[in-house]
Write a protein that binds this ligand. Sequence first.
Ligand SMILES: C[S@@+](CC[C@H](N)C(=O)[O-])C[C@H]1O[C@@H](n2cnc3c(N)ncnc32)[C@H](O)[C@@H]1O
Length: 396
Amino acid sequence: MSSTPDVILARLQAAGSAFADKKPGAREQLLNLGYSLISSLELPSEAIQRMGWAEPARAAHCRIAVELRIFELLKDSGEQGIDVKDLALKTGADEVLIGRTLKHLAAMNIVAESGTDRYAATRLSNAFTEQRYRDGIIYTHDVAGPSFHGLPDYLKNINYALPTQLTDGPFQAAHKTQLPFFAWLDQNPPYLQIFSSYMGAYRAGKPSWVDPGFYPVSERLATGFDESDGSGVMLVDVGGGRGHDLQELKEKHPSLPGRLILQDQADVVSTVSGEGVFEATAHDFFTPQPVNNARAYYLHSVLHDWGDDDCVRILEQLRPAMKPGYSKLLVNEIIVPGRNAPWPTTSMDQLVFVLGAMAERTESSWENILERAGFKVTHVYNYEMGSESLIEAELA
Ligand SMILES: C[S@@+](CC[C@H](N)C(=O)[O-])C[C@H]1O[C@@H](n2cnc3c(N)ncnc32)[C@H](O)[C@@H]1O
C-alpha cells in the first residue's frame, strides 16, 4: 500500500535533516520521497499527461536543444538570459517554434524564464553543455529511445516470450538490424564514441566504489601489493570504456602504487591517452588476458551486457593470468534485491533488456556465474542507497 502525503511529508522532513547533516544516502532518500510525494498527490489524468506527453516532449526538446546548441547560448547569455528572437536568429530555427520549445523546457525545470519570451540557464542546462551529458541526451534519445517505444509491439509479436538473444531483441526490431548492440554501435558512427562518452557521465556524482565507506581500497589492494612481482600492475580495468574509473581511482587514492591498465575495444581506446595515469590498450575480453599477476582485475557494468554463458567465457579468460592467493577479481555491478528494488536498479534492468535482451542479476545469480567460472566470492561491498555493489572474488 502506498503512503499518504502527510506520512511522506513527515519522512521528507527527517530526510531533510539527514541531508543537512550530510549523511550518506540522504540525497537519494529525498529524491525517492519526492517521487513518492508526487505519486501520492497526482491525479490519474495528470499521471498520464506527465508520462504520455510532458516527459516525451521534454526528452525530444532536450535532444533538439543539444542539436541547436541552445543550452550553450543560454549559458553564454549569463543571468540576464536571451530573447527568443535572438535564439531564433542564432540557431536559424523558427522563432515561434523556439519559443514553444523553451516554454516547455522552462515548465519542466530544465531552463529558467528571465522575462517574457526570455530565457536563462539553470544548473542543469549548464551541465547539459558538457560533452558527456550532451552525449547522454543523444544516446538515450536516439539509441535507447526507439527500443522502448517499440517494446509493446515487439513483445506482442512474440506472444510475450522472454527475449534472450543478443541478435534478436527489442533493439534489433527498433533499429532494423540483426547486429548485437555493441556491433551496431561500432558500425554506426558516431554512436560508439557517444556511448563511451556517456558511460563516463551516467554515474557522475553518485557513490563510487573508491569512496570512503564503500570498498576499502588501501586495505584490500595497496596492502600486500608486490611491486616487484611480475608486471607491477595494480589493476586492470577490463572493458573500462575511456578509463573514467581509473581516473577516479587515482584522483581519490593518489598514493596507490603500481600500474593501472585500461582495456577496451580498439575503436574505444584509440582516442584515449591515459594522461600519465593509466595505459590504454586494445583487448577483446573474449580472448586470453595478456596482463599477468595483476593485484586486481576489475569489470564494471561489463557482465550485465552478456548472458550467463558469455559471462563465464569472459571470466575464464582471466583465470590463467591470475596469481593464486594474490590476484583479486572485482566485479562492480547492480545486485537486484528480493524486495523494494529502487528505480535506478529496475530501469537499468529494463535498459539492458531492450538493448541486449539481458537482465540485471540477484546475488545468487552472480555467485552462480562466478562459481561456474572457477571463482569464489570473498565479500560483497555495498553503499548506503547506492545501486551498485562491489563483488570481490578470488580463484576457487
Ligand atoms: C557498459 S560499458 C561499461 C564501461 C565501463 N566499464 C563503465 O562501467 O563505465 C561496456 C564496455 O564493454 C566494452 N566491450 C564490449 N565488447 C567488448 C569486447 N569484446 N572486448 C572488450 N571490451 C568490450 C564496450 O566498448 C564498453 O566500453
